[in-house]
Write a protein that binds this ligand. Structure first.
Ligand SMILES: Cc1cc2nc3c(=O)[nH]c(=O)nc-3n(C[C@H](O)[C@H](O)[C@H](O)COP(=O)(O)OP(=O)(O)OC[C@H]3O[C@@H](n4cnc5c(N)ncnc54)[C@H](O)[C@@H]3O)c2cc1C
Length: 384
C-alpha cells in the first residue's frame, strides 16, 4: 500500500481538504493529526454562539469517529502533537515516538491569537476565543458577569460585542485605532456600524490600549494607556492572529508571515504543502473561510495528480453583527483608488474605485447588503 497523505490539523482547512481529496481519490490512505478533539465544527460560529445558547459540545457537528468514516476510514490521531518532521526521509514523529511515513504532508495548523503585552495581577485572565476549548472557558466564565471589555474593534471583536449583547452583557470595545473595522471599512461606514452597535448597548474606547488588568473585588480593573480606568467582569482579547509557523520552521520549511507556498500550495520542501490560516499563499495571508475553500479544492486536485493553481475570485466576508448586517469585500492592500460612500437611513453603500473607474472593493451595511451579488460580479479576483 502507498504511504498516506498526512494532514496536520483538523480545522476547516484540514477537513475541507480531506473531503475534497476523497471526492477525487478513494484509495490513497489519509491520516490526520490534531492536538484537539479531532471533530468537525465551524469556527465562525464561535462568535455568535452565545445568542444561540451553544455549548462546546453542541457546536461539534461530527465527532472524530464520524469524520473518519466519512473520509473512507481515515486515521485521525486526536489529542496528539507532532514532535518532529524529517522532510528528507518523509517521516513525521508524534509525541510518544510513533513514526508515520508520508507520501505528501500538509500543514493545516491554523493561527495563534496575538497576546498583547499587558501588566497587572490579573493579566493572565485575559481570554481569546480561537477554538472550542477557548469558547468553553469563555462561556463558563461569563456566569454572573454583566460587563466585558473586548480588546480589538476588528471583525471578531465587533462580532463578540454583538453576541454578548444578546446575553444582556454590556461590552466595551477598546482599540488603539480611532474607529471600528479600520482595515475593512471607510470612515463613514465604520461610524454607521459603531453607532448601530452603540444603540444596541455597546460602548467604545478608541485611540487607547490596555496597560494593566488587576483584580478589584469580584471583578477586574483595566488601566488604559491614557491613564483612565474601566471596570469589567471579564476581558476578551480579539486583536488578531499570527499564523502557526513554528513546526514548519523547525523542519526547515520556509516561513515568512505564514508558511510560504506558491499557487499550487506547495511549501519549500518536496512533498510538503500548506493551506488555511497558517499559510502565506503567493504572498497573501487571508484568515477567512472562502480562501480555504478555494485552496482545499485546488490542493485536493493537485494531490490527486492534476496540478491545479489556486484561484481567488472576489471573496466577500459577512460580519456577523445582527445590530447592523454588514458585508465587506476589501480592496487589495496595495490598491490605489478612492472610496465613495452613500449613507441612507437604513444602510450604507461604500464602493472603492480605481482611478479609471474599476470597482475594486466594497462595504455594504444594513439594507445595502442586498447589493452584494451585483457588486461581487464586478470586482476582479485577487488571484485569477
Ligand atoms: C471567532 C471567530 C470567528 C470567525 N468568523 C469568520 C467568519 O464569519 N467568516 C470567515 O470567513 N472567517 C471567520 N473566521 C476565520 C475562520 O474561522 C478561519 O479562517 C478558519 O476557521 C481557519 O481554519 P484552519 O483550519 O486554518 O485553522 P484552525 O481551525 O485553527 O485549525 C487548526 C488545527 O490545527 C491543529 N494544530 C495546531 N497546532 C498543531 C500541532 N502542533 N500539532 C497537531 N495539530 C495542531 C489544531 O488542533 C486544529 O485542529 C473566524 C475566526 C474566529 C476565531
Amino acid at each position: 500500500m502507498s504511504h498516506p497523505v498526512v494532514i496536520l490539523g483538523t480545522g476547516l482547512a484540514g477537513f475541507t481538504l480531506a473531503r475534497e481529496f476523497r471526492k477525487l481519490d478513494k484509495e490513497t490512505p489519509l491520516v490526520l493529526v490534531s492536538r484537539d478533539h479531532g471533530g468537525f465544527y465551524s469556527k465562525p460560529m464561535l462568535s455568535n454562539a452565545l445568542a444561540g445558547n451553544k455549548t462546546p459540545a453542541s457546536l461539534v457537528m461530527k465527532d472524530s469517529d464520524k469524520m473518519s468514516a466519512e473520509l473512507g476510514a481515515a486515521t485521525i490521531h486526536k489529542g496528539r502533537t507532532v514532535a518532529g518532521i524529517d522532510t528528507a526521509a518523509r517521516v513525521i514523529e508524534l509525541d510518544g515516538g510513533e513514526r508515520i511515513a508520508y507520501r505528501d504532508l500538509v500543514f493545516a495548523v491554523g493561527a495563534d491569537p496575538i497576546r498583547l503585552p499587558i501588566e497587572g495581577d490579573a493579566a493572565d485572565t485575559v481570554l481569546s476565543v480561537n477554538d472550542l476549548d477557548d469558547y468553553g472557558r469563555f462561556s463558563e466564565r461569563l456566569d454572573g458577569v454583566t460587563s466585558v471589555a473586548v480588546l480589538g474593534a476588528g471583525l471578531i471583536g465587533c462580532e463578540f460585542a454583538n453576541d454578548l449583547l444578546s446575553r444582556g452583557i454590556s461590552p466595551t470595545v477598546i482599540d488603539l485605532a480611532p474607529r471600528v473595522l479600520p482595515r475593512l471599512l471607510p470612515d463613514a461606514a465604520s461610524e454607521r456600524l459603531r453607532s448601530k452597535l452603540a444603540e444596541a448597548g455597546a460602548s467604545f474606547r478608541f485611540n487607547v490600549s490596555v496597560s494593566r488588568v488587576d483584580r478589584a473585588g469580584a471583578g477586574l480593573k483595566l488601566t488604559l494607556s491614557d491613564g483612565s480606568v474601566l471596570d469589567a467582569g471579564l476581558v476578551l482579547s480579539a486583536v488578531g492572529l499570527r499564523p502557526r509557523t513554528g513546526l514548519a520552521a523547525e523542519a526547515g520549511v520556509r516561513v515568512n508571515r505564514g508558511i510560504v507556498t506558491d499557487r499550487l500550495l506547495s511549501a519549500s520542501a518536496p512533498h510538503t504543502h500548506a493551506l488555511g490560516d497558517c499559510a502565506e499563499v503567493d504572498g497573501h495571508t487571508l484568515p477567512y473561510v472562502m480562501p480555504i475553500m478555494q485552496q482545499a479544492r485546488a490542493l485536493a486536485a493537485t494531490l490527486a495528480g492534476n496540478a491545479t493553481p489556486v484561484v481567488y475570485p472576489p471573496m466577500p466576508v459577512i460580519v456577523k453583527t445582527p445590530a447592523c448586517p454588514t458585508v465587506v469585500c476589501p480592496p487589495a492592500l496595495d490598491a490605489s483608488g478612492a472610496w465613495t460612500v452613500e449613507l441612507t437611513d437604513d444602510g450604507c453603500d461604500a464602493r472603492f474605485h480605481s482611478g479609471d473607474g474599476q470597482l475594486l472593493g466594497f462595504a455594504l451595511l444594513g439594507a445595502a447588503t442586498k447589493q452584494r451579488q451585483a457588486l461581487v460580479s464586478q470586482v476582479p479576483g485577487l488571484l485569477v
